[in-house]
Design a protein around this ligand. Sequence first.
Ligand code: SF4
Ligand code: SF4
Length: 283
Amino acid sequence: MKEILIISGKGGTGKTTLTASLAKYMKSKVICDADVDAADMFLLLKPNVRKKMNFKGKSVAIIDQDKCTSCDQCRKQCRFNAIDAENGNYTVNPYSCDGCTLCTLVCPVNAIRMEQMVVGEWYISQTESGKMVHARLYPGAENSGNLVTMVKRQAHILAEEEGSEYVIVDGPPGIGCPVTSALSGANLAIIVTEPTFSGIHDLERVYEIAEHFKVPVWIVINKYDLNTENSKKIEKFASGKGIDVIEKIPFSKCIIDSVVKGEIPADNCEELKKVVEKLTDKF
Ligand code: SF4
Ligand code: SF4
């Protein structure tokens, strides 16, 4: 089984548009949306949720009100000001709690326990393009790197069960911890970029991470004809690194209109469908 990861150095390059289109036309695959901070592939693939599970993050302190004697020790000693006392009622703000466990040690009546906080949900769904693993992180929640690792692992388990040849992953944008998690274990990274100054800069940065993880890279330039000079710079960068600009997608109002309508662009736009077919032939 091969994992094909689609990433971009920044958001808004057309990464999800390409992933959803590839997902529709690839055979024998499980789809994975690992862009957990801004999961939006569901808008195009319209998943029908079949299984829903909680995703747990850091451990936080919980106060048992029945045991608490309002001695104030925990609030006084918490260095993160995570404990509030209102009318003798002691509660922990889970977003401020660092999980250090000090309060459990100072409480004289053992009224405090640590519990893992539910910070999101993950799903296995059916779409018209195949089975999909995806997730949602609650607003303000951290740990997206762990959630990326988790959805990828679940997608691999599902692909094994289904006997699928591929896991196709819509990766997180940028170059942070979630991208590092997404690159770990990928067999191929397709970097979607655009011919702008920031597009080139972000491509270089995300390429360095992929290179560090020794993941083979293909580059796709989206809207390449909007600035052919910058597209040539991208090609020069790629040839300097010994990698391929594997495909170039022209600017297309049809693609934008399809995304706005929530339809898979490759279904409607011949120029994208041709690119998708050429890519799937090369996998
Ligand atoms: S676990 Fe640490 S950070 Fe959280 S409430 Fe207790 S003392 Fe404060
Ligand atoms: S240390 Fe224990 S008993 Fe004292 S206020 Fe905190 S939770 Fe209540």
